[in-house]
Design a protein around this ligand. Structure first.
Ligand SMILES: [Zn+2]
Length: 110
């Protein structure tokens, strides 16, 4: 299995030669993005944009190569609690049922 291609950030920091902690961060954002599906990518981008605050959407669009429109859509979907979005849940092996409650009704009876 070959690794999916990781987007190269095009922000001024990553374009410059100088060392900067953000370079690593931007790379890891794109690395994570490369393993997400389409809807997960825009939700994650929307969250990152929110963290940056003002101008965040433009900034994240530059880092990730996603459309600003796409990120805004992700933000709206998050704001609506992802209503109607497919859940696509994957359970990890070994993540069994939650433990039985201690004060089960049986114990209390009588
Ligand atoms: Zn960058």
């Amino acid at each position: 299995m070959s690794n999916p291609e990781v987007h190269q950030c095009e922000c001024p920091i990553c374009q410059s030669e100088a060392d900067h902690p953000d370079k690593q961060l931007h790379h890891q954002i794109n690395l994570l993005m490369s393993r997400l599906n389409e809807q997960q990518r825009r939700w994650y981008a929307a969250l990152e944009a929110q963290r940056y605050g003002r101008g965040g959407i433009r900034r994240v669009a530059q880092i990730t190569g996603l459309d600003e429109k796409t990120i805004r859509r992700g933000r709206e979907e998050l704001a609506q609690e992802l209503e109607g979005r497919p859940a696509d849940r994957v359970r990890l092996p070994g993540a069994g049922r939650p433990p039985v409650e201690k004060n089960s009704p049986e114990w209390k009876r009588r």
